[in-house]
Design a protein around this ligand. Structure first.
Ligand code: NAG
Ligand code: NAG
Ligand code: NAG
Ligand code: NAG
Ligand code: NAG
Ligand code: NAG
Length: 151
């Protein structure tokens, strides 16, 4: 736990709740999740669309993992904590994952992505459709080493 200095406390009081509320959660840049996967999101376009690369730390495939392209989009009405979605087109296996989530600024002023995903595996026969989709959730932060202490 960090001790708040008198100067920071004065600054906090001067800015008030408004000063904290204006901090935006910006999707652009590098993120790490709780599994050790990382992704880099490129500049978000004016219409909310974005591209990026996703490097997973986990896989059910026997192929070697490589960074995979992703495309997504975010809402623009509220830039402080926007909702978003993206699709990862895995380069090393013929599965597809879609993520949805929201970009939050937590109580310490750190950006956090709370997401859920569906992973679709390709099956040869429609009879195997019933168990071809997995669901899960992940939290992403900016810091590779310390995110777990905070969330
Ligand atoms: C998000 O961050 C990028 C790169 O740091 C910056 O170019 C962009 O203007 C930021 N977007 C918003 C909405 O603040
Ligand atoms: C993941 O992290 C590694 C090590 O920092 C970096 O070299 C790589 O570019 C990152 N990949 C993505 C997709 O962000
Ligand atoms: C996976 O990587 C290992 C180590 O780099 C290599 O020996 C192996 O041939 C690779 N396998 C495939 C299927 O590319
Ligand atoms: C954006 O968020 C603010 C603060 O939560 C809210 O007052 C406003 O109605 C929201 N705007 C839209 C377009 O959702
Ligand atoms: C799904 O169920 C089929 C039997 O209907 C089984 O052969 C297959 O291994 C299962 N797949 C997974 C990913 O559990
Ligand atoms: C990441 O976490 C480590 C360990 O808590 C800390 O020393 C470092 O300053 C943090 N870096 C950022 C960019 O927050």
């Amino acid at each position: 736990m960090v001790q708040a200095s008198p100067l920071l406390l004065a600054l906090f009081l001067a800015l008030g709740a408004h000063g904290l509320a204006v901090k935006k959660c910006n999707l652009t840049g590098q993120w790490w999740n709780d599994l050790g996967s990382n992704m880099t999101i490129d500049e978000v376009k004016k219409n909310g669309d974005f591209t990026g690369k996703y490097l997973t730390a986990v896989s059910g495939s026997t192929s070697n993992i490589t960074a995979s392209p992703m495309v997504g989009s975010q809402q623009l009405a509220n830039l402080s904590q926007p909702t978003f979605g993206f699709t990862v087109h895995w380069s090393f296996t013929d599965s597809i994952t879609v993520f949805t989530g929201q970009c939050f600024v937590d109580e310490y002023g750190k950006e956090v992505l709370k997401t859920m995903w569906l992973l679709r595996s390709r099956v040869e026969n429609i009879k195997n459709d019933w168990n071809a989709t997995l669901v899960g959730y992940n939290t992403f932060g900016r810091n590779k080493t310390s995110w777990i202490e905070d969330w």
